[in-house]
Design a binder for this molecule. Structure first.
Ligand code: TXD
Length: 315
C-alpha cells in the first residue's frame, strides 16, 4: 500500500517527528510517511499509530521507512532530524552537530521530493532553515521554519494561566529568531479583544515575556533527557494544515526576508501567509520602537549564526 496524495513526509521519527505525525493523522489531515535512519524505529512507531486508528476513528495511514525513495511525491516535507538540547545547552550549541544532518537530509529531499514544500524544525532553527534552503536550492517561499507558532502558543498559555481564561481567547505574536532574543510583541497582544496591557501590570507582563523567551529551557530543565515536543508538534500540525488546505492563514513563521521589517537575506520569525505554494507573502505589522530594536538585536544574532554555519558547513 502507498500513502494517498496529498501526503506529508516527516524526516526524523523522534519525539517531535512522531508526535507531529500523530497529530496530522488524528486530525485527519493527510497520510504520513515517517522516515528515520534508525532501522525499525519508524516502522515500529508507524505500526503502533496505525493500530490506534480503529479506536481514534480516523482513516489515515502512516508508513515507516528507512528509504528516502518512499518520500517521493510528498506535498510537504517536515524536517525534525537532529539532536535536541540537554540541560545547560543552548540551541546554538547544536549548530555544528545538526548542520551535517540537515545537509544530508536536504540532499536526499532535493533528489526524492523536488517539488515539495519544506518545513524545517531542527535547531538552531533560523540558521538550519537558511542552511536547508541553500542545500535544497528550492524557491525561498517553499522552504521555511517552525518556531513562532510554538513561541506564541507558550506566551498565549502563560497569559491565559495568569488571567484564568482559555488559551484560544488570547491573541499574541512572538517574532524574531528562535532563541534568547526572540521578540514577544505585547503591543499586538489581546485577550478577548482587549489589549493585554490593560489587563496585566507592566512588570508582570515583562516576566511573562521573559518566561516565553525561556519557555524551551524551562521544559528541558524539567525533562532532563530531551526537549519539548507536544506543543512543537501541535505547531507543526497547524502549519501543515494551513498549507495542505490552502488556508491562506497568517502565522508567525521563520520566513526568508528580502527587505521586509528592514531585514535582508535572512530567515527570521515574521508573520507570513501560508497556502499551498508555501509562504504567499510576509505580512509587515507596525511595531513599537522598543520592539523594533529587539528585532534588530535578534536579527544580528541570527546573522552571526548564519555566518558561522557558512564557515562550518562550507555551503
Ligand atoms: O521550535 C522548534 N523549531 C523546535 C525545535 C521545537 C522542539 C524541538 N526542536 C528541535 O527539533 C530539537 O532541538 C531538535 O534539533 C529537533 C528534533 O527534536 P526531537 O525532540 O524530536 O529529537 P529526538 O527525539 O532526538 O529525534 C531526533 C530524530 C531521532 O529519531 C534520530 O534518529 C533522527 O532524528 N536522526 C535522523 N533522521 C534522519 N536523518 C538523519 N541524518 C538523522 N540523524 C538523526
Amino acid at each position: 500500500m502507498k500513502p494517498r496524495k496529498p501526503f506529508v513526509a516527516v524526516i526524523g521519527a523522534g519525539n517531535v517527528g512522531a508526535t507531529s505525525a500523530q497529530r496530522i493523522l488524528e486530525k485527519g489531515i493527510s497520510d504520513v510517511v515517517l522516515f528515520d535512519v534508525v532501522e525499525g524505529m519508524p516502522q515500529g512507531k508507524a505500526l503502533d499509530l496505525n493500530e490506534s486508528a480503529p479506536v481514534e476513528g480516523h482513516d489515515r495511514r502512516i508508513f515507516g521507512t528507512n528509504k528516502y525513495e518512499d518520500i517521493a511525491g510528498a506535498e510537504i516535507v517536515v524536517i525534525t532530524a537532529g539532536m535536541a538540547r540537554k540541560p545547560g545547552m543552548t540551541r546554538e550549541d547544536l549548530l555544528g552537530l545538526n548542520a551535517k544532518i540537515i545537509k544530508d537530509v536536504c540532499q536526499n529531499v532535493k533528489t526524492h521530493a523536488p517539488n515539495s514544500v519544506v518545513i524545517v524544525v531542527t535547531n538552531p532553527l533560523d540558521v538550519m532553515t537558511y542552511l536547508a534552503q541553500e542545500t535544497l536550492g528550492f524557491p525561498k517561499n517553499r522552504v521555511f521554519g517552525m518556531a513562532g507558532v510554538l513561541d506564541t502558543a507558550r506566551m498565549r498559555f502563560f497569559i491565559a494561566e495568569r488571567l484564568d481564561v482559555v488559551g484560544k481567547e488570547v491573541e499574541a505574536i512572538v517574532l524574531g529568531g528562535h532563541g534568547d532574543l526572540m521578540v514577544p510583541v505585547s503591543s499586538h497582544t489581546k485577550v478577548s479583544g482587549r489589549p493585554v496591557k490593560d489587563l496585566i501590570p507592566a512588570d508582570e507582563l515583562a516576566k511573562i515575556e521573559q518566561r516565553t523567551r525561556d519557555g524551551g529551557a524551562e521544559v528541558v530543565a524539567l525533562l532532563k533527557t530531551g526537549s519539548a515536543f507536544y506543543a512543537p508538534a501541535t505547531s507543526v500540525c497547524e502549519m501543515v494544515k494551513a498549507i495542505l488546505r490552502d488556508e491562506k492563514k497568517v502565522l508567525p513563521v521563520c520566513a526568508y526576508l528580502n527587505g521586509e521589517f528592514g531585514i535582508k537575506d535572512l530567515y527570521f520569525g515574521v508573520p507570513a501567509e501560508l497556502g499551498r505554494e508555501g509562504v504567499r507573502r510576509v505580512v509587515e505589522i507596525p511595531l513599537a520602537e522598543a520592539e523594533k530594536k529587539q528585532m534588530e538585536a535578534s536579527a544580528a544574532k541570527v546573522r552571526q549564526g548564519v555566518e558561522e554555519i557558512l564557515r562550518v558547513a562550507k555551503v
